[in-house]
Design a protein around this ligand. Structure first.
Ligand code: NCD
Ligand code: ZN
Length: 334
């Protein structure tokens, strides 16, 4: 069995910097025609000049990849200059939630004058969506509340809540305005807290936001299968060197890129809804971001393969396990 679909748009991808960038960018080009590239490099992308330099490096490494550029939201952001340089989205990392810095204010409303200019210039606001840890989603979800408030204050500002992990986030997106959408990752759809910290802790399943219970995973699955165009694919592939994934200070982030499309094919296949895969990975995200469709295709085959232990110098998601779907010509595998 094989599926031939429009080549995907990854609406949330970390390509890193330095020596590792070219390998990640080349592999991305094998799976995705376009990708929204996250700005939390070291140092982060803040200005039009940073953004232009980073895009040049990505283009040199992988000319075939349509890299959509982002910057980290900050109060001094020169929106007209960033727009001219090709910025598509600003990323808001709430203080204290993840391994990324660069944002200085502790509430989203502190950025209102920047958000207003983004609304006027058609720049999307991408929000790291995460509830306080171990609250099970019961405590106040400040980031979610702030995002919804901003979506009302700025009705023409497009807002994407990234990597949903909780049922209440799914419900919030469903009842929010048309300017609010969300990304879902393959790992949040396929794994839960038992896989992550059940009998043994698996550091390669440690990401932000953390994997929640099967109950929440089911809500994400229903959103992905719903056909609602405001839920679409963003891999949040976030590789770290192996030494950062072991020991007493493990970094959050999963190198999902090599397996993300095969895993989604497994998921839609197991749900007997492979006809919905293309919309989820290739159509809905492009539509929300106002991107043109592509005539490029990928072929996803139902064919077993064993995921290598290391790919591009990082331990990939599902390393050493056998997956039942693969992407034909999906990049070198070691
Ligand atoms: C991301 C990373 O490593 O860049 N990690 C993660 O677990 N998702 C940071 C982030 O996107 O929050
Ligand atoms: Zn991310």
């Amino acid at each position: 069995m094989e599926l031939v679909i429009q080549k995907p748009f990854d609406a949330h991808l970390h390509l890193r910097q330095g020596d590792s960038l070219s390998g990640f960018a080349q592999r991305a080009a094998a799976f995705f025609e376009s990708a929204l590239v996250m700005p939390n490099t070291k140092p982060p992308i803040l200005t039009a000049a940073d953004l232009g330099r980073y895009r040049t490096l990505i283009r040199e490494a992988a000319p075939a990849l349509n890299a959509l550029m982002t910057f980290q939201l900050h109060t001094q952001a020169d929106i007209p200059a960033l727009k001219r340089a090709g910025a598509v989205a600003a990323k808001y990392f709430p203080v204290g939630l993840t391994n990324s810095t660069g944002t200085e204010a502790s509430t989203l409303s502190a950025y209102d004058s920047v958000l207003r200019q983004m609304e006027e210039n058609g720049i999307v606001l991408s929000i790291h969506c995460e509830a306080p840890l171990y609250s099970g989603g019961e405590a106040k979800h400040r980031v979610l509340d702030e995002a919804l408030e901003a979506s009302v204050r700025f009705p023409k500002l497009k807002i994407v809540l990234e990597h949903l992990s909780l049922e209440r986030e799914v419900e919030a997106v469903k009842s929010a305005g048309e300017n609010v959408a969300a990304t879902l990752t393959a790992h949040h759809l396929m794994f839960d807290a038992v896989d992550f910290i059940g009998s043994r802790l698996n550091p390669h399943l440690f990401c932000k936001p953390i994997l929640q219970s099967a109950y929440h995973r089911e809500a994400l699955r229903q959103a992905a299968l719903s056909g609602n165009p405001r839920f679409f694919f963003g891999s949040d592939s976030a590789p770290h060197p192996p030494e950062s994934k072991t020991g007493s200070a493990v970094s959050p982030g999963i190198y999902s890129m090599p397996v993300t499309i095969p895993l989604l094919a497994c998921f839609f296949d197991e749900s007997s809804q492979t006809d919905k895969l293309e919309s989820f990975v290739s159509v809905f995200g492009r539509r929300f971001y106002g991107l043109l469709e592509t005539t490029e295709k990928i072929i996803i085959e139902k064919k077993s393969w064993e995921v290598p232990e290391i790919i591009d110098g990082a331990v990939p998601l599902c390393a050493g396990t056998v997956l039942s779907w693969t992407v034909r010509d999906g990049g070198k595998n070691e």
